[in-house]
Design a protein around this ligand. Structure first.
Ligand code: ADP
Length: 594
């Protein structure tokens, strides 16, 4: 079989996605590889497919057991022999896998990085015909990434011990600096480097200032997702339980998940979520790492994550099947204070400085009124066009904005008139005509700007100040004093207009948007029936439903209504192997409806 046939036969796809083929070709040509592609971009296929076309065994190093497990199950469902070796296995099972490896019965072997420091395992690897190594989640080798893992550091031994075996590294998130780290640490030689655009066009990204505890905003948001899977992230264990209880009381099938729960309960929540039996999981960041469930339709953050890396990874869990999905970030100034306190508690190291920088980037993103996709991408050194309609900022109509040019001029003038030597609170007090002693003593109650800003509350003025900071009309100098920039001076002279989203001044809250599906024409009735059949087959075979067919496949089935094998093979995500296993049952269901 050639590349194209293998793609169709085993994976059920008609064409490679952009960049996939380049990587497949490089691996087939035995070149080292570094690929940066967002979650859901289709990285796994880039090494699974060449593995099938090459002699020998491919060893995949992955940091998470859950992820490995899902991959192995998915591969087996496609008729590809794969296995994992982990310290959690019984000796007998692991011996059996080793036997199969020696007999050449396994194509892809998944292992955790710590395995490679085990001499016995290394000796085994030396006896096997390895065609290439795969390092998944390769950003874990870098200290500048957000998930540095000591064990990943040791992966330099791959090239030391197996100099003639190519290494292919994959990650969803890497700045240019992290890319360099990966290449240096793994010792990649003249690697084929491919960087996909970080733009996830099927994600609609929203961020809003949280009102109170944000629960009413959450309920509003969930109205569009009554039967869809989603994850809600909260900061603490306690709040996962509180939010889950709140949703349950409103009749929503939600469960809490955090590291403090008994293992059994965690497994059952995870299993039920994957099997579509629990609609929503309310979790701390302990949940979802490596989760492969492709039909997660939304991800909500009830408070600010500490880095954009975390944020991007977490929202990345939505919409892996390529269908439209939505994310909502709720945040407040309190979150920022709390996150700062966490960092303050760290020992004073360059790492701590870096943590402040990362938090600032996260805050800037949350407050920003620019395109969300563009600003996340920029953080990872990727330049993209504005999304136009896939984020709240681009989608805000002019009616939802107000012209604050005059207010901005007042604030900037007050900063100027008070000598650019005060913090923002003080300047706002001047604007609002405060009778505070210090202010009177400084004679600032006689300034022309004194008490010209009573139309806004103090907190509204602080928001306007934030906006001017974002626009770099002002900057913060030593001792937290505010100073004008040249852009700020131009604003005073009336050379620029400044707009602000109304909701930031709590004048009116924007309505949550409905998500639009790109497979809009599917037949809901048939789709629901197909979903039921999928759940039945899944529970009989004890595998997650999305492994059988993705939501996208079911939607395509409900549109194309195939009547025989050939027609069914035309459907997205249906290959020979899947057809052999499940095709007839689905055809029978479709026929019974005709
Ligand atoms: P990543 O590992 O980059 O997060 P995956 O490998 O899990 O992404 O792929 C994401 C989704 O895209 C999966 O549902 C996969 O089946 C699908 N996919 C991958 N390659 C293709 C392709 N060439 N055509 C259609 N769908 C694809």
């Amino acid at each position: 079989m050639d590349k194209q046939q293998t793609l169709k036969y085993y994976f059920g796809y008609d064409a490679f996605r952009p960049l996939q083929e380049e990587i497949v070709d490089a691996i087939l040509a035995k070149q080292d590889v570094l690929m940066v592609l967002p979650t859901g971009g289709g990285k796994s296929l880039c090494y699974q497919l060449p593995s099938l076309l090459m002699e020998g065994i491919t060893v995949v190093i992955s940091p998470l057991l859950a992820l490995m497990y899902d991959q192995v199950v998915a591969l087996k469902a496609n008729g590809i022999s794969a296995a994992m070796l982990s310290s959690m296995q019984e000796l007998e099972e692991s011996m059996q896998i080793q036997e199969q490896l020696k007999k050449g019965e396994i194509k892809l072997l998944y292992v955790a990085p710590e395995r490679l420091t085990n001499d016995y395992f290394l000796a085994l690897l030396h006896r096997l015909p390895i065609n290439f190594f795969v390092v998944d989640e390769a950003h874990c080798v870098s200290e500048w990434g957000h998930e540095f893992r000591e064990n990943y550091r040791k992966l330099s031994l791959l090239k030391e011990q197996f100099p003639s075996v190519p290494v292919a590294a994959f990650t969803a998130t890497a700045t240019k600096a992290v890319e360099q780290d990966i290449i240096a640490n793994l010792g990649l030689i003249n690697p084929k480097r491919v960087r996909g655009s970080l733009f996830r066009s099927n994600l609609i990204i929203n961020a809003r200032h949280r009102i109170g505890d944000g629960r009413e905003q959450l309920i509003e948001f969930l109205k569009a997702y009554q039967n869809d899977s989603g994850i809600i992230y909260t900061l603490s264990r306690k709040s996962t339980e509180a939010v889950a209880r709140f949703l349950q009381a409103r009749g929503v099938m939600a469960k809490a998940y955090h590291a403090g729960l008994p293992t059994e309960e965690k497994n059952s929540v995870y299993g039920d979520f994957v099997a579509d039996k629990v609609q929503i999981v309310v979790a701390t960041i302990a949940f979802g790492m490596g989760i492969d469930k492709s039909n997660i339709r939304f991800v909500v953050h009830m408070s600010l994550p500490k880095t954009l890396e975390n944020f991007y990874q977490e929202i990345g869990r939505a919409g892996r099947d390529g269908l439209s999905s939505e994310t909502l970030l709720l945040f407040s100034a309190q979150d920022i204070v709390q996150q700062k306190m966490f960092i303050d508690d760290l020992p004073e190291t360059p790492y701590r400085e870096h943590a402040y920088y990362k938090l600032e980037s996260m805050v800037r993103f949350a407050n920003s009124e620019g395109c969300r996709h563009q600003s996340v991408a920029a953080y990872f050194d990727d330049r993209i066009e504005i999304c136009k309609d896939k984020c709240d900022n681009c989608d805000t109509s002019p009616a939802e904005k107000i012209d604050i040019t005059e207010a901005a001029q007042k604030l900037l003038s007050a900063i100027w008139r008070t000598g650019q030597t005060y913090g923002l609170h003080y300047v706002v007090d001047v604007l609002r005509g405060s009778k505070e002693q210090r202010l009177v003593k400084n004679g600032h109650n006689t300034l022309s700007v004194y008490s010209i800003g009573e139309e806004y509350s103090k907190s509204q003025w602080l928001t306007i100040g934030d906006k001017l900071l974002e626009l770099h009309a002002i900057e913060i100098g030593e001792f937290k004093v505010y100073k004008l920039t040249s852009f700020g001076a131009e604003v005073i002279r009336g050379m620029h207009r400044i707009d602000l989203k109304k909701e930031r001044l709590s004048i009116k809250n924007a309505e949550p948007k409905k998500s639009m599906s790109s497979f809009d024409d599917y037949n809901v009735g048939i789709y629901d029936k197909l979903k039921e059949l999928r759940i039945r087959i899944a529970s009989v075979n004890n595998i997650p439903p999305y492994i059988i067919f993705s939501d996208k496949t079911l939607k395509d089935l409900s549109i194309k209504l195939p009547q025989n094998k050939n027609e069914m093979l035309e459907v997205h995500g249906v290959g020979e192997v899947k057809f052999e296993r499940y095709g007839e049952e689905f055809l029978a269901l479709l026929a019974s409806r005709a």
